[in-house]
Design a protein around this ligand. Structure first.
Ligand SMILES: Cc1cc2nc3c(=O)[nH]c(=O)nc-3n(C[C@H](O)[C@H](O)[C@H](O)COP(=O)(O)OP(=O)(O)OC[C@H]3O[C@@H](n4cnc5c(N)ncnc54)[C@H](O)[C@@H]3O)c2cc1C
Length: 337
């Protein structure tokens, strides 16, 4: 402990303000993917005001920190001990204003909670967010989305804390939201998202419910649930990217897709894992590992099967080298900060 000189002062200040924190936390127990070394302290502010005073104190002390939500997109490395994390998960007010037809959500509201709240108001466009296990703050940060619905389709404005401590409101056009990207992802921890407003467009609630149910059941079929996992490594299909690199793989994977997923020749349902195709991919591209670091359901999904994170990085590195710079990596590898 006390790798950071002012850490004792920080802990004393947090206690004096009755702000919740945990010190000396093994990230392999705390983080979503169950990886990472020890982190000195995780602070849990429970309001936007508390978040802002924590950030001011830490910045004035000249300490580095990282704001996190549920950590569902983060790969903390096993050999790194980290410093200060500020978790937004306890900052979660959520309400609807009828006059302006807007939902206001604090940064720590979970996307599934926001999506179900929208259903209760018969507001459309949030259905695809129902299965994304992250927070609104991070959802805006990387324009989270699934099944054709993205944050950018429903967002109106975002409030942030600037490095100066002032609050700024960004309107839609300023946010530069694109596929898994925003103005915030281009900066590094400079501006902290504290809340976001979402527009409400009413629709038949039965239609909304049906879309949500469909996406929910698809996730249960195609998403990894047994091992600690993250979302996709790449923001588009890894098989399609690999097919561009090897004509024989392209032929075999296209036939596999047509037979099992499109025409469903052998069963009425598509298989819920691609083990055969994954084994073929591994042999075709010479991908090596000690302990399989990806899900049988999709090679684009990492699993933690007791691996050291070096094995995870090695797998990502091999894919990057095969695919080249064709597609962007979606998971964030958290370096020392
Ligand atoms: C099983 C599974 C399925 C998934 N499916 C999808 C999917 O379909 N679509 C999709 O888009 N993603 C998906 N993801 C990825 C992940 O859930 C999203 O990226 C989500 O937005 C991350 O939210 P989080 O709260 O966990 O953020 P974290 O992982 O904690 O943080 C992600 C980044 O956001 C930054 N950040 C967090 N909060 C703030 C804030 N308030 N202000 C500024 N920066 C902030 C962090 O510093 C970090 O850089 C999936 C993940 C899992 C585990």
């Amino acid at each position: 402990m006390n790798k950071i000189p002012d850490l004792k002062d920080l802990l004393a200040w947090l206690s004096s303000k009755s702000i919740e924190f945990s010190s000396n936390v093994p990230l392999s127990q705390f983080s979503w993917f169950k990886t990472g070394g020890i982190t000195d302290v995780i602070v849990f502010p429970d309001s936007k005001y508390t978040l802002s005073i924590c950030i001011s104190w830490i910045r004035e002390a000249g300490l580095n920190f990282k704001v996190v939500g549920e950590t569902s997109n983060l790969i903390f490395l096993d050999d790194i001990d980290y410093g200060i994390l500020i978790s937004t998960t306890k900052i979660n007010s959520l309400y609807y204003t009828a006059d302006s037809c807007l939902i206001t959500a604090d940064c720590g509201v979970l996307l599934p909670v926001l999506s179900r709240y929208a259903l209760s108001l018969s507001a459309k466009g949030f259905e695809g967010l129902e299965g994304i296990p992250g927070t609104v703050g991070a959802g805006v940060f990387m324009n989270a989305g699934a099944y054709g619905d993205e944050i950018k389709d429903v967002i109106e404005s975002v409030d942030v804390i600037l490095p100066s401590g002032d609050i700024k409101t960004y309107l839609f056009d300023d946010l530069k939201l694109a596929h898994r990207n925003s103005i915030f992802r281009l900066k590094t921890n400079d501006e902290i998202i504290i809340s976001a407003c979402f527009k409400v467009e009413f629709c038949d609630s039965f239609a909304i419910y049906n879309r949500m149910s469909l996406f929910h059941s698809k996730r249960h079929k195609y998403q990894e649930f047994m091992y600690p996992t993250l979302g996709s490594v790449y923001s588009s299909s890894v098989y399609r990217a690999l097919a561009k690199k090897n004509i024989w793989f392209k032929f075999v994977s296209s036939v596999y897709y047509l037979v099992f997923y499109k025409w469903k020749i052998f069963r009425r349902e598509a298989p819920d894992n691609r083990k055969w195709l994954n084994d073929f991919t591994v042999s075709q591209f010479g991908i090596s590992y000690k302990n399989q670091p990806f899900s049988n359901k999709d090679m684009n999904t990492l699993i933690n099967n007791g691996h050291h994170t070096d094995e995870i990085l090695n797998y990502i590195d091999q894919l990057n080298r095969i695919i080249g710079s064709d597609i962007m990596i979606e998971n964030e590898i958290v370096e020392k900060f």
